[in-house]
Design a protein. Structure first.
Length: 320
């Protein structure tokens, strides 16, 4: 965590405690008031000298045991805003958001809002999403933030963004797919984007794209299921599992079992074992393995016996 983010995190934790309880019954001793008032005085001095990070650090350390709660609140609002502006100017959007967001609780009692830290936090969060549209972490953070702050229009915007990212990945997979190079990871990433908005408790609004994704899982499974070798059927099974199509999963297992039956007595018996395992028929897989390994051991024993006999005959001919 950067120094800026550390300060912002401290601020958020401090403000959340301080200004929700600042005017409650005194719970601080005289010594605590004295120490906290001294820290606030040093924070004000640091602010006046332009050392905003130090001012913010001292403010977070002063707890809520101060006489000048209004002064503390104003200091936090001003330094949060100025540090956020500086971070923004330097292209450090996440740090800027942390400062704006961290200072928001200090502004909740102000009407009108001196700098409107919520508006600034919203603006920067949307800028982060626009700058890194394919970053699910940023989109998730944005959705959780807007949902927590009851910003319904922004929630709807982020959910729509998540949906558009899933559709982008579906389009990429459509172009890239082949049975030799399926790019299943694109569909998995599309699934992850659709899951994000569900995990935050936001009402579903991406059902059409989710239906398209399910149909794509099934279509790719069908393409693999039409082939007659282990890796294709294994792929088909994994695609059907993503679509939760138990009927098609069972059809693949039945096909794998029939293919294994046809290979069990030939030279490709090892593939038959894998197909039985794919069909969840471990009993047949184990039996075939034991039978073929026993047969191989018997053949090897016969070969060795014949070799030894031929060696004995040769030695006799040579008089050895």
């Amino acid at each position: 965590m950067t120094r800026q983010k550390t300060l912002a995190a401290l601020l958020a934790a401090f403000i959340g405690t301080a200004f929700n309880t600042a005017l409650a019954d005194d719970v601080c001793s005289a010594a605590e008031y004295q120490a906290s008032n001294a820290k606030l005085a040093r924070a004000k001095a640091a602010e006046s000298q332009g050392n905003l990070e130090e001012a913010l650090r001292l403010a977070s350390a002063s707890d809520y045991c101060v006489d000048d709660t209004d002064g503390l609140r104003r200091l936090v609002i001003n330094t949060s805003y100025k540090l956020g502006q500086a971070a923004e100017a330097g292209g450090k959007l996440e740090a800027a958001f942390d400062y704006y967001h961290g200072g928001m609780p200090a502004e909740q009692y102000e009407n009108p809002k001196p700098v409107d830290l919520l508006a600034n936090a919203k603006r920067v969060m949307l800028a982060m999403v626009a700058k890194s549209p394919s970053d699910r972490r940023i989109a998730r953070n944005a959705l959780e933030f807007f949902n927590r702050e009851n910003q319904s229009a922004d929630v709807a915007y982020i959910v729509k963004h998540m949906d558009s990212q899933a559709r982008r990945l579906l389009a990429e997979e459509e172009k890239a797919f082949s049975t030799s190079s399926p790019h299943k990871e694109l569909l998995e990433e599309a699934e992850a984007w659709l899951q994000e908005q569900r995990l935050t408790g936001v009402p579903e609004s991406t059902e059409p794209t989710a239906a398209q994704l399910t149909a794509r899982w099934v279509a790719r499974g069908d393409q693999f299921a039409a082939l007659d070798h282990y890796s294709a059927l294994a792929n088909a099974l994994s695609y059907y599992q993503q679509a939760e199509r138990k009927d098609k999963e069972e059809a693949v297992r039945n096909k794998a079992r029939k293919l294994a039956d046809g290979l069990a007595d030939g030279t490709r018996w090892a593939e038959a074992v894998r197909l039985y395992e794919l069909a969840d028929d471990s009993q047949k897989a184990e039996a075939l393995t034991a039978r073929r390994e026993a047969g191989a051991a018997e053949v090897e024993a016969e070969r060795k016996q014949k070799f030894d006999e031929e060696q004995d005959d040769l030695e006799k001919e040579l008089g050895l």
